[in-house]
Design a protein around this ligand. Sequence first.
Ligand SMILES: [Zn+2]
Length: 249
Amino acid sequence: MNGPEITLEVAPELRLFVAHDRRLGRTAVTTDGSSTLGHVVESLGVPLTEAGQLLVDGCPVPASHIPGAGELVEVRAVRRPQPVPGAPLRFLLDVHLGTLARRLRLLGVDAAYESEDIGDPALAALSAKERRVLLSRDRGLLRRREIWAGAYVYSDRPGEQLRDVLGRFAPVLAPWTRCTACNGELAAADKDSVSALLEQGTQASYDVFAQCTACDRVYWRGAHHSHLEAIVADAVAEFGGTGSEAPTA
Ligand SMILES: [Zn+2]
């Protein structure tokens, strides 16, 4: 490129996306004089889903701004919690985020997930069709223009991933209301109505409390591993929620 030179300052939270030699403080960038600021930011490696306010010489500009010579551009991180206007808050998770999907469902958060790799174009199209925030650790996927909204998942550890998403989007938590296997909603059930689906040992030991309205999977008291109880308790303590529907047996 051989055009105007600008100075870019990327927020500390976003520097992991930028090449090592550009991570410290301000960096000079030569643009082509016709690309948008959004394109310039993306070509540095920062997904636009992660960029919050863009400032030129202290004033906010849209991503469509064409940078001119000598401008000082600041790229801020997204605001937390980040508002997602235009549809109920729901998510679509990339194929590598199965554990995160199950944990979000455990907390009652609508989290679609395909365990088979349907490919980037299909995932992006699904995000657009169902207006779901696409969660991924794949920057290339997040750059696809057709996604409705997206967010980079910063950690590769499920516990940190969950805190990242809950802190960023502040979804309403309703633990034990959603099927962890298929994302369907749970409805109250009693043992008699679902006894045919239960093994004998289960019938004797547990009280049924819910059944998935989508896949018929049955949930019963006492069957949750203690680590699931701990995940729910920690999330509710830090991010709120009713928590009152948890099985107590
Ligand atoms: Zn289900």
